[in-house]
Design a binder for this molecule. Structure first.
Ligand code: HEC
Ligand code: HEC
Length: 248
């Protein structure tokens, strides 16, 4: 911990720094591996998701029944999440939208957050936006959620009394427990993380950061993390989508 405190004391707040994607802070070898579909294990989930997309279950319509030619029809969709759902007025992310289609339109039981099926479908749909600029709105109905997410990002929390901002703005580029601190954006998620030995959602990564400062870990899909996800997305506006990311 003394290392961390030392870093924070030495940190010169950089302010309006240019926000970079998470992969920019990986070693060149890991960057190449992320780009290479044959060597990035996240693509196993993408392939699985592609299969699930047209899987038949009883008489229920498949995803393809309503989303024909997803490579075209859902291209760019993931880059617009989280967003406020017009019907319910609630903020939902990509996982939430897929679950909504699963339950309301396929009339099947929810997959559950962090289940392999939902991760696979989210990775597949996200991969269809690879390279496209993130474009999430903070206006209108999204504004209160954006404000809540920003307040969360800037609030000191946990036993270590640290805000997200203190690491992901003030310590960017510094080494922390073997990682290089990034701007903390979500454009690489779901991501394959070596430490997880598998694919995980952005909310799983957020839970790891909350635990890191000994703060409350919110539930997967909680309103708190959804608002935070929205803030991170607006902060990362125009960055290229890079899911499935590869991380340490
Ligand atoms: C003590 C410093 C610290 C704090 C505080 C912290 N994080 Fe992190 N965070 C890290 C480190 C280290 C990593 C792994 C390296 C990286 O990608 O930055 C990380 C990773 C991330 C990532 C994944 C980035 C990627 O591309 O894989 C996101 C998103 C993130 N943090 C968001 C947050 C949010 C939101 C908060 C506040 C709730 C937070 N972090 C608080 C240190 C911190
Ligand atoms: C019975 C038709 C139907 C089925 C089956 C269906 N969807 Fe949908 N889906 C829709 C409609 C209609 C929308 C637009 C919802 C809206 O914007 O309110 C939508 C929206 C979406 C979106 C967001 C698109 C965007 O541009 O915002 C995604 C992603 C998606 N569906 C994925 C899936 C997946 C994955 C499955 C299978 C698990 C699935 N859907 C099954 C009808 C369906």
């Amino acid at each position: 911990m003394s290392l961390l405190i030392g870093l924070l004391l030495a940190a010169v707040p950089v302010g309006a720094d240019e926000i970079k994607p998470g992969s920019a802070f990986l070693s060149p070898e890991m960057q190449r591996q992320q780009q290479d579909q044959g060597r990035n294990p996240g693509y196993l989930w993408v392939e699985q998701g592609e299969e699930l997309f047209s899987r038949r279950e009883g008489g229920a319509p498949t995803c393809t029944s309503c989303h024909a030619d997803p490579k075209q029809s859902l291209r760019g969709a993931a880059a617009r999440y989280p967003q406020v759902d017009a019907a319910s007025g609630k903020l939902i992310n990509l996982e939430g939208r897929i679950e909504q289609c699963r339950v309301d339109r396929q009339k099947q039981p929810a997959f559950g957050y962090e289940s392999q099926d939902l991760l696979s479908l989210a990775a597949y749909v996200a991969s269809l936006s690879r390279g496209l600029p993130l474009s999430v709105s903070a206006e209108g109905a999204a504004k209160p959620y954006y404000d809540a997410g920003k307040a969360f990002y800037e609030r000191r929390q946990g036993q270590l009394n640290l805000a997200c901002k203190q690491c992901h703005d003030d310590l960017v580029g510094q080494k922390l427990r073997g990682d290089t601190v990034s701007h903390g954006v979500g454009t690489g998620y779901p991501a394959y993380r070596l430490e997880w030995n598998g694919l995980g959602s952005l909310h799983r990564r957020l839970r790891a950061c909350s635990l890191g400062v000994r703060a409350t870990q919110f539930d997967y899909g909680s309103d708190d993390y959804l608002a935070l996800e929205l803030y991170l997305a607006v902060r990362a506006k125009d960055l290229p989508m890079e899911a499935p990311g590869l991380r340490r």
